[in-house]
Design a protein around this ligand. Sequence first.
Ligand code: DQA
Length: 147
Amino acid sequence: SRVLVLNGPNLGRLGTREPDVYGATTFEGLAALCRDAGRRLELDVDVRQTDDEAELIRWVHEAADERLPVVLNPAAFTHYSYALRDALAQRTAPLVEVHISNPAAREEFRHTSVVAGVATGTIAGFGTFSYVLALQAVVELLAEEAD
Ligand code: DQA
């Protein structure tokens, strides 16, 4: 089944962006990691990134309309975008929030997620492997739905 892996602002700059925090993997590397995990897990993974809140919200609406599960790294939108949260609240399939770093171990403003309360669950702090864990979670959630 199809899964959207959506990424918010500045994640297109992975590899050069604060490598001490986010690691050396580029966004293309992350996308390849997700597609490889998808092949193993028999998921058709569609990886996207945008710096634009409106575009991200359109993708979330598309997922709701097409009943697609979503793995989402909302990046900084995590901490303040009520518009994104309201879009996600319309979800019709599992939603796994992911973070590369562990926001709970960082600055105070990263301790709040306005998205977490409408997600199925959150995976954070495992580097880019957070995405692989999130895709595994999607497989489990779809299997639970099926039986
Ligand atoms: C992030 C954590 C956020 O606090 C930050 O704004 C990001 C990336 C992560 O993946 O660790 O852009 O979502």
